[in-house]
Structures are given as C-alpha cells and as structure tokens.
Design a protein around this ligand. Structure first.
Ligand code: MN3
Length: 209
C-alpha cells in the first residue's frame, strides 16, 4: 500500500492576500503556516514509532482510531483531525464571483433544506451555536440527503456521513485577528469566499461512487 508518512504541509491553493478583505493575509498566514503546520508536525511525531501505520491515509487513521494503540488514539484523533479539517477548510475557499452552487448540488441543497437561503441560515446558526472551538459542516449523508453537523475541537464527521463536503472553522484563531469576538460577521463574509466549484466537484464524485 502507498506510504503516506510523513505527512506534509499542503501549500495554500491561493495567495495569502486573495481572500481579503474577508479574511486577512495575516490570519491566513498564522492559520496555515503556524496552526496547520503544528498539527502536521505533531501527527508525524506521534506516528514515528509505528512504521506499521505509515501507509495509512488521514481518513483511514480517523475512521479506524479504535484499531490504533490505546496511548495514541486521542493524540491521533486530535492531530490527524486537525490536518484533515484544515486542509478541507482551506481548499473550500477562493475569491470567485460565484456565490451559489449550481447543478446537482444546488438541487440537493434545495431538496434537503428548502432553499439556498434556508441552508445558509441553518449553516450560520450551527456555526454560531458551536460552543467553544470546533466546526460546522455540510455533509452528504445516507440516502443522498445533505445534512449539517457541528463538531467539537478537531473531531470530524467522517464516521457518521458518506462524505464531508464543506466546513467552516469557528476556532477563534480563524477570525479573531480580523473580527475579534464578532463570529457572526466572520460567518457572513465566509459565505462569500466558498469555492462552490470545489464543493460541487466533491459532491458529484461522492454521489457517483
Ligand atoms: Mn483552525
């Protein structure tokens, strides 16, 4: 099986200043180069003594936590989760003029939530009411239904859905430099930097697999 270890910091798929004014260069710099780098480094350090795990992917580590040695289950959950969540978060943003999904994903959002605006409201509410650090997610659930999830810390919804499609980071480091305590304002602006082409691609692949 393909060796995944060591994990590497994936470069941001865009320039650091590209999401301004919604998310500043400084926030993205710290968030990607410091926070995500730390999760990558910690995960590599934890897995270093276990060569039998070096061909495991991030998803496999997170889905099969119970098969790992007892003493590394929680550290792997936190740090592999930190890498998985941040990679998806950064990869689901861009500076495009496209502010709504199209095609099959748009249809699925309408079917599951009533309308795009109703989805936005529900997603924003989930992100606002996530107490403390965590994420709000749009996921593909069983039977083709789309659902919203909230997760705490660096937990992922991998084990309770078919495929995570999109998430928003509501740890304070994601917005505090730009918005201080104004999480709602950060969320309103985050909706404008979602990379809908990317989310559509993930949805179409997951739906057809
Ligand atoms: Mn973060």
């Amino acid at each position: 099986m393909k060796k995944n270890y060591p994990f590497h910091l994936q470069p941001l798929p865009y320039r650091y200043d590209v999401l301004m004014p919604h998310i500043s260069e400084q926030t993205l710099g710290f968030h990607h180069d410091k926070h995500l780098q730390t999760y990558v480094d910690n995960l590599n350090k934890i897995l270093e003594p276990y060569p039998e795990l070096h061909d495991w992917s991030l998803e496999k580590l997170l889905l099969k936590l119970a098969q790992l040695p007892d003493n590394i289950q929680i550290p792997v959950k936190n740090n592999a989760g930190g890498v998985y969540n941040h990679e998806l978060y950064f990869n689901c943003m861009t500076n495009s003029d496209k502010h709504e999904p199209e095609g099959a994903l748009a249809d699925a959002i309408n079917q599951s939530f009533g309308s795009f605006d109703a989805w936005k409201e529900e997603m924003k509410n989930a992100a606002l009411t996530q107490f403390g650090s965590g994420y709000a997610w749009l996921v593909l659930g069983e039977g083709g239904k789309l659902c919203i999830h909230k997760t705490l810390n660096q937990d992922t919804p991998l084990s309770c859905c078919v495929k995570p499609l999109l998430l928003v980071d509501v740890w304070e480091h994601a917005y505090y430099l730009d918005y201080q305590n104004r999480r709602a304002e950060y969320l309103d602006n985050w909706f404008d930097v979602i990379d809908w082409n990317k989310v559509e691609e993930t949805y179409n692949q997951a739906k057809n697999s």
